[in-house]
Write a protein that binds this ligand. Structure first.
Ligand SMILES: C[C@](O)(CO)[C@H](O)COP(=O)(O)OP(=O)(O)OC[C@H]1O[C@@H](n2ccc(N)nc2=O)[C@H](O)[C@@H]1O
Ligand SMILES: Nc1ncnc2c1ncn2[C@@H]1O[C@H](COP(=O)(O)OP(=O)(O)OP(=O)(O)O)[C@@H](O)[C@H]1O
Length: 277
């Protein structure tokens, strides 16, 4: 028997840094959604616990015991599992690929073995983004990532995700912040249309963007290039970067923008994808 789970990209539509704990971890207030592009985790019965990695973004990723897939498998006590990760999301790029893979692994192994999926909060030991990835639905994420609240239904919309091909170290970005006590997100309500959503987001921020742009100036080029595409309602960085997203009202405008951007910037990773509801 083989079981397969999709590991969708996580997108922080807004990310406010509201404080810092004594242990150095930051308090966040973030509107998180998922995109219809991601990695795949396949689990089959195996001898021992093994991991193989393929896919267009798999080359630089080590299938060792430290891989988040292996850590997640051990977390739920998997012993006899042959896991294959098909990596399509760029590594260390602000869209939570490793966390999404960990969450998909937890779901796949629990389904296969009949165990119940762990409570999301307990999975924060695997990484701050793992709980929200395990929930896998739009959420308001607070604390250091473990406080998750559902959000009112969001309107359908499409995104273009773009990454300049430079990996970014999350701890380095947090360390470089010059302000850590920003206001929380405004109340989430009245987001019936994509215009309402982009209006709401335009008064929010990604508080990691300034520090990330100082470390990786190409992030500014990506945001400018997305914002210049016809139909783009808002462009912003996700997570700690360097992937940025543009919001588009429909699939046709997102597909056209992605095609234009890929042609203009052949070295970038560019993809159009719907927001998952
Ligand atoms: C930036 C976000 O992607 C937003 O969704 C997450 O907060 C980061 O999630 P993640 O990559 O799963 O993060 P982890 O692997 O747990 O942490 C990497 C490092 O980021 C810093 N970190 C992470 C989360 C957080 N709330 N405060 C932090 O200061 C810590 O230095 C930590 O050592
Ligand atoms: N399965 C995996 N996929 C990606 N990265 C992994 C994986 N396992 C371990 N890692 C390591 O985790 C680190 C973060 O990678 P990831 O792609 O999750 O970053 P990210 O997209 O910036 O995450 P976030 O948005 O949560 O900050 C990298 O240094 C990478 O080597």
């Amino acid at each position: 028997m083989t079981t397969e789970e999709f590991a969708p990209a996580k997108v922080n539509l807004a990310l406010h840094v509201t404080g810092r704990r004594p242990d150095g971890y930051h308090l966040l207030d973030s509107l998180v959604i998922f995109a219809g592009v991601g990695d795949t985790v396949r689990v089959a019965q195996g001898r021992g616990l093994t991991l193989a990695i393929d896919g267009p973004m798999g080359a630089g990723l080590d299938p060792s015991d430290d891989n988040l897939v292996m850590r997640a498998a051990r977390f739920v006590g998997a012993a006899e599992s042959a896991i294959t990760l098909t990596k399509r999301l760029p590594v260390a790029s602000g869209i939570g690929g490793g966390s999404a893979d960990a969450a998909a692994t937890l779901r796949a192994i629990c389904r296969m073995t009949g165990r119940s999926v762990p409570d999301a909060t307990t999975t924060a030991v695997l990484g701050a983004d793992v709980p929200v990835c395990l929930i896998g639905r739009p959420a308001r994420m607070r604390g250091t990532g473990e406080i998750l609240d559902p959000v009112p239904d969001l309107p359908p919309f499409h995104m273009v995700l773009a990454n300049p091909g430079v990996s970014v170290s999350t701890p380095e970005v947090f360390r470089a912040l010059d302000q850590r006590d920003n206001a929380p997100l405004p109340a989430l309500s009245g987001l019936a249309s994509v215009g309402d959503l982009s209006g709401y987001l335009s008064v929010c921020r990604n508080d990691l963007e300034k520090a990330a742009r100082e470390l990786v100036p190409a992030i500014g080029d990506v945001i400018d290039a997305l914002a210049a595409r016809p139909g783009c309602l808002l462009a912003r960085m996700s997570g700690s970067g360097a992937t940025c997203f543009g919001i588009f009202p429909d699939r046709a405008s997102a597909d056209a923008a992605a095609a234009q951007l890929s042609a203009a910037r052949p070295g970038w990773w560019v993809v159009a994808a719907p927001a998952l509801s």
